[in-house]
Ligand binder design. Sequence first.
Ligand code: XIL
Length: 408
Amino acid sequence: MSEAGALRGASRREFLGTAARLGAGAATASVLPLIAAGRADAAKPRRAAGASATESVTGDASLGAHGVAHGLLYGCAVNMNALAADAAYAALVREQCRIVVAENAMKWGSLRPSAEGFRFDEADALVAFAEANWMKIRGHNLVWHQSNPKWLDATATKENARELLVTHIETVAGRYAGRMHSWDVVNEAIRVEDGRADGLRNSLWLRLIGEDYIELAFQTAREADPQALLTYNEYGIEEETRAGEQKREAVIEMLRRMVARRVPVDAVGVQSHIAAAATASGSQTADSQYAAGLMRFIAAARELGLQVFITEMDVNDRALAAEIAGRDAAVAAAYKQYLELALGDPAVKAVLTWGITDRYTWLGHEEGRADGKPERPLLFDAAGKAKASFYAVRDAFDQRGQKSYLSG
Ligand code: XIL
């Protein structure tokens, strides 16, 4: 069994034990040395990217610190099994992140074992971990076409769907009200291929409630948690392709209609699951893969008064040859080009990667690399060492304000 598989099998008792240990006292105590370490780092001279193995990447040298210095929240999606079982992983998240999001723990599939019941142990553990370490929290997500429990498909009807959706949002967003930075209220509602003029995906919620399920979800979330920034989150709007352009147009049109109708939407999440290009340096192709279309989208969102979050970034290396140094360089180049571009717009306020170490990534489980080798899509390697992509992201943060798409 793979390590990830072994972790998925970690017993519930083990998990709950660790969750209890993550109570405020213990976690706060463990954070104090980190703060002290941060101060010590500040006194050391900075080194350029490229970096020896011994260079600190924590404290003032962390992504969290570099992000904040440029008006950005950096964070990552957290795997709750790993957080419970792997102390080095927990330390890495604590050291680097100013914001966290549950990779799965706040989805319907995790929270709703049955139609009547809610199960909050993992979601609560994430919130406790974040608060004990002064991190902000994104909620992900309240409405999606995936990760829905089987009972939902079997029991939801046109008659009860509105109530099911409203009760879920009131209960979940209400539980954490006042403590969330933002909520992904609706995830991935556009699918142009489904053939509707408005581009809406033919999902369970669309079929049962109709197109105003989106408005219903945002209104209910606003009432349940007036402080969270309510976000529409989407994938497939990054690439400079015809499909990307069609999807961008459909998403912006939907957001425009929402704003015109005073639906309470505050932000748009650009997932940013991107791919490294198969050139030697990665540079030229990546430049044209992610370019003006993405920037037009971000600018259009800004003009609608929305903030923009990069919510789930990772860089898959499927197109690249196996050799590790070359792969890591191309993945780093893709991070740098994409972020330098996107961060040129002041509407972008947060960057989250979908995981932080290659030890735990959702990639590779379904369609991985053709050679079967583990993908290296994140910022730290499986042993917890910062890769070229870490320095690339940090450099992109540092470039912010110096190299602006808007002024250039
Ligand atoms: C993924 C998780 O990473 C996996 O562990 C899970 O099996 C499926 O969902 N877009 C999203 C995320 O909005 O919720 C998805 O997360 C990745 C794609």
